[in-house]
Design a protein around this ligand. Structure first.
Ligand code: 4HQ
Length: 236
């Protein structure tokens, strides 16, 4: 997969992409991440990419010209068909189903904005899909882009080892994860449940399914309510 990122702050991505799973995925050549700085497409001497909103009001707005020129340059860098994503609170909320969907694309182009937001013509003209990572206001789209990259890349074939296959992740089954324990058997007076020490794999699997369901009912009942709707949305 090729991932292009259009941003005013490419350095923000350095650390998250240079560790652990995301680093390994790049080292193995499974993903290729390319940054392009929107500011390089500013045309005036001050490298201006934002301007005052028409109609007045606080804050600044991303100008359409640098973003369009940057996008058109990036698109031509590689021939693959791409999915274009604009990070914005107006977008559909990101979830595991969307991560799975994006993991099937061969190329993603993510546009991370700053300031109070994008000139509306960026939204209209680029034909981008709008995605929000949640109902809160960030100071820029960069962290949102990183979250999407992390959730998508770990789903790509060969990125995770077999041991930590994403198949039993919480959410892939629509449920939270069952409780996990490691050594020692007793820690500060708290015992590992006997069933996990029994060696009876059938019973253990049954216990885990039950626990996952109970936890979901207790902490995230909304996941159970939405379960059928989510699956229907996926098929439709
Ligand atoms: N932004 N999910 C970029 C967000 C956001 C979100 C605020 C996006 C500022 C310029 N992005 N603008 N929530 O809060 O994706």
């Amino acid at each position: 997969m090729r991932i292009d990122i259009l941003t005013l702050f490419p350095q923000m991505f350095e650390s998250p992409l240079s560790h652990s799973i995301l680093k390994r995925a790049q080292d193995k050549g499974l993903i290729d991440i390319v940054f392009t700085n929107i500011r390089d497409f500013a045309t005036d001497n001050y490298k201006k990419v934002d301007d005052k909103p028409y109609g007045g009001g606080p804050g600044m707005v991303m100008m359409p010209q640098p973003v369009f020129d940057c996008f058109e340059y990036v698109e031509k860098l590689s021939p693959e068909k791409s999915k274009v994503i604009l990070l914005t609170p107006q977008g559909r909320k990101f979830d595991q189903a969307k991560a799975v969907e994006l993991s099937k694309e061969s190329r993603l182009i993510l546009i991370a904005g700053r300031y109070e937001g994008f000139d509306e013509r960026i939204r209209i003209g680029l034909g981008a899909e709008q995605i929000s990572i949640g109902d809160y206001v960030l100071s820029g789209g960069e962290l949102a882009a990183m979250i999407i990259i992390d959730a998508v890349v770990r789903l790509l074939a060969g990125v995770l080892g077999d041991e930590d296959s994403p198949k039993d992740d919480s959410f892939s089954a629509g449920l939270l994860e069952y409780p996990q324990y490691t050594r020692p058997e007793v820690f500060r007076g708290m015992r590992v449940p006997d069933i996990l020490l029994s060696g009876d794999h059938g019973k253990i699997a049954q216990w885990r399914r039950r626990q996952a369901l109970e936890r979901t009912k207790k902490y995230r009942p909304d996941l159970l309510k939405n379960k059928n709707t989510n699956q229907r949305q996926k098929k439709g």
